[in-house]
Design a protein around this ligand. Structure first.
Ligand code: UDP
Length: 257
């Protein structure tokens, strides 16, 4: 049965906890089913509004989870609370742990070659026995994309993480879906840089405060200032507007028979 969903602005989110997401993906792999998981944060949700291709990609993903505390808060405002934030980077570790238990082969595609190599080393240290079927960097031209995808299929990996940034990774997954072979495919943005220790992740209390974006902004102010200024204010404006609209025109609740 597909999970229940919550609509937040232009995004639909599955009402799944992180543990439930992991179990659902492992179930799909065991059952021989295929699907894409999209992890959407505020910046991506806003990017989707001006990028119809990205919006369509996310809308047609089999699973969509909310990768950010502000989205979880917004779901409470809509009175359809999401259980918790489900972050792509946490899923990598949780899925690797389960992949060891179930003998599932994994492939890592994206980031610079030394970064992905280091990320794989770190994950193999953390998850002894992890069956890494292969890894490759994410810097290639369109003429190499098919060969990169076929290499994943030939490796026999069932689980694929693609870390090439948004929306680059989504375009790659969409274009190469038929060549990838892997059963479950997840775009994980810049996660390999964090796992490899090249970029720092915000401490847990900053994440819980919904301020992960501010932490990233301090690390890369020049590159990220415009992005966060625009996306955060747009999100805040839209959410406030929809909350006001909801209060002034509450949906009629029809009692279940
Ligand atoms: N990346 C990649 N191929 C590219 C461009 C970027 O694999 O052609 C990787 C990059 O090395 C990093 C990740 O994608 O590991 C996220 O990149 P970036 O920080 O630019 O994305 P953002 O965080 O801005 O979405």
């Amino acid at each position: 049965m597909p999970p229940a969903q919550v609509q937040i602005l232009n995004g639909r989110f599955d009402k799944l906890s992180a543990d439930q997401t992991v179990e659902e993906l492992m179930r799909a792999i065991r059952a021989g089913e295929r699907g894409i998981l999209s992890t959407v944060n505020v910046a991506i949700l806003m990017m989707m509004r001006s990028n119809p291709r990205l919006q369509r990609f996310v809308d047609s993903s089999r699973w969509i989870v909310a990768d950010g505390q502000p989205l979880v808060w917004a779901s409470h405002l809509r009175q359809q609370p999401l259980p918790e934030r489900v972050a792509g980077i946490d899923l990598i570790d949780q899925l690797c742990a389960r992949a060891v238990q179930e003998g599932v082969g994994v492939y890592f595609l994206g980031a610079e070659s030394s970064t992905v190599r280091e990320a794989v080393n770190v994950l193999q240290d953390r998850h002894r026995g992890l069956d890494v079927r292969g890894y490759a960097d994410g810097y290639f031209g369109p003429e190499q994309a098919e060969a990169r995808a076929r290499a994943v299929a030939e490796s026999g990996a069932e689980l694929l993480f693609v870390a090439m940034g948004v929306p680059r990774q989504e375009y790659f997954i969409e274009e190469q879906w038929d060549n990838l072979g892997a059963r479950v495919v997840i775009g994980v943005g810049g996660s390999f840089d964090v796992i490899a220790g090249r970029r720092k992740r915000a401490p847990a209390f900053i994440q819980r405060a919904g301020l992960e974006w501010a932490y990233r902004l301090i690390q890369e102010p020049r590159r990220l200032f415009r992005r966060y200024l625009i996306t955060n204010s747009q999100f805040l404006g839209l959410i406030s507007w929809s909350a006001i609209a909801q209060v002034s025109h509450p949906r009629r609740v029809v009692p279940r028979p």
